[in-house]
Design a protein around this ligand. Sequence first.
Ligand SMILES: NC(=O)c1ccc[n+]([C@@H]2O[C@H](COP(=O)([O-])OP(=O)(O)OC[C@H]3O[C@@H](n4cnc5c(N)ncnc54)[C@H](O)[C@@H]3O)[C@@H](O)[C@H]2O)c1
Ligand SMILES: [Zn+2]
Ligand SMILES: [Zn+2]
Length: 381
Amino acid sequence: MNYRGPGRVRIDHKPHPQILHPQDAIVRVTRSCICGSDLHLYNGNVPDTRVGMTFGHEFTGIVEEIGPEVQKLKVGDHVLVPFNIACGKCHFCKQGLFGNCHESNPQATAVGAIFGYSHTAGGYDGGQAEYVRVPYADVSPTVIPPGMDPDDAVLLTDVVPTGYQAAEMGGIQPGDTVVVFGAGPVGIIAAKSAWLFGAGRVIVLDHVEYRLEFVRNYAQCEAYNFKEMDDPVLFLKKTTDWMGADVCIDAVGAEAEGSALQTITGRKLLIQAGSATALQWAINSVKKGGIISIVGVYGPTANLVPIGNVVNKGLTIRANQTGVKRLLPRLIEHVQNGVLNPKAMITHRVPLEDVADAYHIFSEKLDNCIKPVLLPPSARG
Ligand SMILES: NC(=O)c1ccc[n+]([C@@H]2O[C@H](COP(=O)([O-])OP(=O)(O)OC[C@H]3O[C@@H](n4cnc5c(N)ncnc54)[C@H](O)[C@@H]3O)[C@@H](O)[C@H]2O)c1
Ligand SMILES: [Zn+2]
Ligand SMILES: [Zn+2]
């Protein structure tokens, strides 16, 4: 796919990617997903998203070619490729902070490198394509374990680890009340994972009814429509004996709805880095001394957030781009023994050629779409 400007993507032919560095591999894509993060690009909210860029940071594929220094991966391996491009050797990678690699992106002080995610995140073309160049091929790409469905594997490249890390960063204690803002794939997995960390009550807020219905069944949690509330913060206070939730998770990010001021300044005029409505609700509805975990993506510049309330309430805020590789061993186990069932979130299987339709359906939340997966011609038998 090829980005043409806000709200516009199309299919185009590009030159076949080449090995540019001895640690590169070229991968033939078998699955690639569209993510809520792609919507920030699609809507023109991420700085330095250039026309001509190929998006796609969630993909699986067959290794077609390897550079001379690649030792672990072999031609023919079917791999899942985490969304972070990580060197594996820098100060941050050594701590498992693969989302914060200091080597893979010239703009590394802003963010680690991400496939198909603007020049702010390194300018690498992504996986919503037939072939991708994968740098540092021995570091993050992971051979899909025998017997694992590629539909499960592709969701291990981002949304499953991200939802799980959201719950992990929440520092959930046994019995805690956890509120998850957003019932997209990331929020759905965060809600499911909150139980794994010992939550006693899990509440999800969104305004898209079919997603609320889905998360209620998938994560066995409470789920409410914030558009039916006068004030979501008051609603959450009331339902927690006026104490507030122990942990609030922002799984919405820059496209948040629910506040006219935030929407106009953050999504229409772009004078702040996206709409911070969910984050504001999280700060105001968490208990004093509570923890806010943010995985929703915002642009790098300032937002209208109630930072004074953060101080007065003594909050702990934790946030990051997910370090996928660190979590993979545990999550592969969770998928293999049935604790997590990622592929149940895939609602749409779309030929890569129809990528523009897939973006439209996913961004407008049409046709009960939770997660679309794109299938290139060679993966369609
Ligand atoms: N940190 C990371 O590493 C990482 C990785 C993947 C995704 N993300 C981010 O996580 C977020 C969610 O991703 P997704 O794929 O689930 O996206 P998505 O767009 O499918 O889901 C977001 C959901 O939030 C809902 N929503 C909108 N405003 C809301 C509000 N005020 N309160 C509650 N819900 C609201 C929407 O209706 C939608 O269902 C995005 O910001 C994405 O960029 C971060
Ligand atoms: Zn993603
Ligand atoms: Zn690194």
